[in-house]
Design a binder for this molecule. Structure first.
Ligand SMILES: NC(=O)c1ccc[n+]([C@@H]2O[C@H](COP(=O)([O-])OP(=O)(O)OC[C@H]3O[C@@H](n4cnc5c(N)ncnc54)[C@H](OP(=O)(O)O)[C@@H]3O)[C@@H](O)[C@H]2O)c1
Length: 277
């Protein structure tokens, strides 16, 4: 990630988990705190931000947001209407607005903010952003310039990887893959830890071996030029122990189970898009 690509001044509306993850990533990368500002009703969040030199306000409109060339909307979808109602009065239509909220379209964001030609980016991050290992999908409205795209991408790259999407509807697919994906892996790890314990390991050993295996497998896959299918075949000797476990998974139709779960996630993302516009 090139910190020089990050916009000059960034304002956050909502300073909860996701905003704090991005802010933490920016500060760790050497971004000056005086170029950040944030609005959030929570006194605890404001105190935390002020402690590291960030101008933090309880409510917009605030002059703190005047200089922002990127505004990141990081509130829950149900609070987006009230958050944007306040921002709308002060918004410079030349700045880019990036929303990390699920279900709220670029069209709705432009309508809520009162500028039909506003450059808007939608971003679907995930919780590993908290440890700079996130994965984000990004979609830009046609008004977003090349430089503004690079700026938005550079911000998300401070907390992990980022991929541009050609179609806005793919944001919902990203929700099904990486947005909700950490929970799928947590569920799989939970099941492995429970099975390890049932088979006789103590809880600490079962947890440590499971987590290190997940980390090791992901690191190996990320560093390898081979497909994950090849990596799987490489560790599956014919007639061996791994093959026996994988055969059992497939008898229970693991791939179909995952496919159905991700389809259910996508359906819910689309329902939420209907709910929130
Ligand atoms: N966390 C994730 O993994 C993740 C992944 C993908 C997308 N997202 C999206 O990211 C967004 C933020 O999620 P989060 O987990 O960071 O939520 P969060 O921790 O609840 O943070 C949202 C913050 O916004 C504040 N807020 C509410 N109304 C506001 C307003 N009008 N103006 C300014 N701030 C306001 C909230 O204050 P109060 O607590 O006082 O209400 C809270 O501090 C959500 O839309 C979520 O869907 C999150």
């Amino acid at each position: 990630m090139d910190i020089k690509e990050v916009p000059q001044n960034i304002g956050f509306v909502g300073a909860g988990n996701m905003a704090q993850a991005i802010i933490g990533g920016l500060l760790d990368a050497g971004y000056p705190p005086e170029r950040l500002c944030a609005a959030d009703p929570s006194p605890a969040a404001l105190a935390q931000l002020r402690a590291v030199g960030i101008e933090a306000v309880a409510e917009i409109p605030s002059s703190a947001f005047n200089a922002a060339d990127l505004i990141i909307l990081a509130v829950k979808p149900q609070f987006m209407a009230s958050a944007t109602a306040l921002l709308r009065e002060r918004l410079d239509p030349n700045c880019v607005v990036m929303s990390v909220a699920a279900g709220i379209s670029t069209h709705s964001l432009k309508t809520l903010l009162g500028h039909p030609a506003l450059p808007v980016v939608r971003c679907m991050p995930n919780t590993p952003a908290l440890v700079r290992a996130g994965a984000s999908g990004l979609f830009a409205s046609p008004e977003v310039s090349e430089a503004q795209r690079r700026g938005a991408e550079a911000v998300m790259r401070v907390v992990g990887s980022a991929r541009w999407l050609a179609t806005e509807s793919h944001i919902d697919v990203v929700t099904a893959v990486s947005g909700s994906g950490p929970a799928y892996f947590f569920a799989f790890m939970e099941a492995m830890i429970a099975a390890g314990e049932r088979l006789g390991l103590d809880a600490v050993t079962a947890r440590e071996l499971t987590l290190q295996t997940a980390l090791g497998a992901a690191t190996l896959a990320a560093k390898s030029d081979e497909s994950v299918a090849t990596l799987r075949k490489n560790v599956t000797s014919p007639g061996g122990t791994t093959e026996r476990a994988l055969t059992s998974f497939e008898e229970s139709n693991l791939s179909a189970l995952v496919d159905r779960g991700m389809q259910a996630c996508l359906d819910r993302a689309r329902e939420m898009a209907e709910e929130f516009g």
